[in-house]
Design a protein around this ligand. Structure first.
Ligand code: SF4
Ligand code: SF4
Length: 300
């Protein structure tokens, strides 16, 4: 039985990148893919996770005192025994230890989001649920969106679409815009980069387009993975095959998230990868434009 709560690791106000106007983006924990370039590594696990920044640690020892598993020595952070309870982060006043993942009740979150409703409405903005994979928490998202739509707030989800169709079914009536990633044109390449094939994703996208949903496609451009004219062209051909004039945005890979992997004590498999040059991005944008697709891409 669903308990009406969801685990949020970030609430970003005044966002201008996740849909129209000025928005608040809510990042939920938990994802069904493991993209090796993921720039939100704190989103992947479904449970709260500790983050540690050694440069902020003043060696006060308060975390050791607070940890129920420390036995007077080190805390249990980054060990399999760690409970993710956050007792150490609660007493770390320098900010060296933080806990990614805070539980919200749907009503509590909606109330917090609605404080910005006038700004959202006057800018043509709204609220975007991202992650992680918000459609893994479709019941929670639907509860919050119901409250937001009742107040006339625009709603969007950013999804990798690797979820059962039933999740889309719950959100279709409540979601004004679906921002859908497409990472690779075929199952083999998709599995290599994300750990899962793309058959379910493509089927969901076909059904979503056929249902008349407003969709913005996003392609993360990852050097030495999907940045060839052939790969991007085949993704463009899929979008074209949906038979509707749906826009597509190219997002250039960046590695500024490397510090987040360090803070979580995790390897970052794309650490040595450089962002794609502007000329390469323009070439890929032109590949999509040649298919008469509307392309959004800005030099960063
Ligand atoms: S409580 Fe924070 S600042 Fe103090 S020792 Fe632990 S991590 Fe370092
Ligand atoms: S989250 Fe809890 S169990 Fe893990 S290190 Fe911190 S206090 Fe110890």
């Amino acid at each position: 039985m669903y308990n009406g709560a969801g685990l949020v690791f970030n609430i970003q106000r005044f966002s201008i990148h996740d849909g129209p106007g000025i928005r608040t983006t809510v990042f939920l924990k938990g994802c069904s893919l493991r993209c090796y370039w993921c720039h939100n590594p704190e989103s992947l696990g479904a449970a709260p996770e500790l983050q540690f920044m050694p440069s902020r640690c003043i060696g006060c020892g308060a975390c050791v005192e607070a940890c129920p598993l420390s036995r007077g020595k080190a805390t249990a952070r980054f060990t399999p025994a760690c409970l993710g309870c956050g007792a150490c982060a609660d007493v770390c006043y320098s900010g060296a230890l933080t806990l990614a993942g805070k539980e919200y009740r749907a009503g509590e979150l909606a109330e917090a989001l609605l404080k910005d409703r006038e700004l959202m409405k006057s800018s043509g903005g709204g609220v975007t649920f991202s992650g992680g994979e918000p459609l893994l928490k479709a019941d929670f998202t639907a509860l919050v969106f119901t409250a937001l739509r009742a107040e006339g707030v625009h709603t969007a989800v950013e999804t990798a679409s690797n979820v059962p169709w039933e999740a889309f079914g719950k959100l279709l009536p409540l979601t004004k815009l679906f921002i859908c990633d497409i990472k690779a044109p075929d199952a083999e390449l998709h599995r290599k980069g994300t750990g899962a094939g793309n058959e379910l994703i493509l089927e969901n996208l076909r059904r979503l387009a056929a249902a008349g949903a407003d969709i913005l496609f996003r392609i993360p451009v990852i050097p030495c993975y999907n940045d060839s004219v052939d790969s991007i062209g085949r993704i463009g051909a899929f979008i074209k095959s949906l038979g509707r004039p749906l826009p597509v945005e190219l997002l250039a890979f960046h590695n500024i998230c490397a510090g987040k992997y360090d803070a979580l004590g995790r390897e970052f498999a794309a650490r040595g990868t450089k962002p794609p040059p502007g000329a390469s991005m323009e070439k890929l944008a032109n590949t999509l434009r040649a298919l008469q697709l509307e392309v959004i891409w800005k030099q960063q």
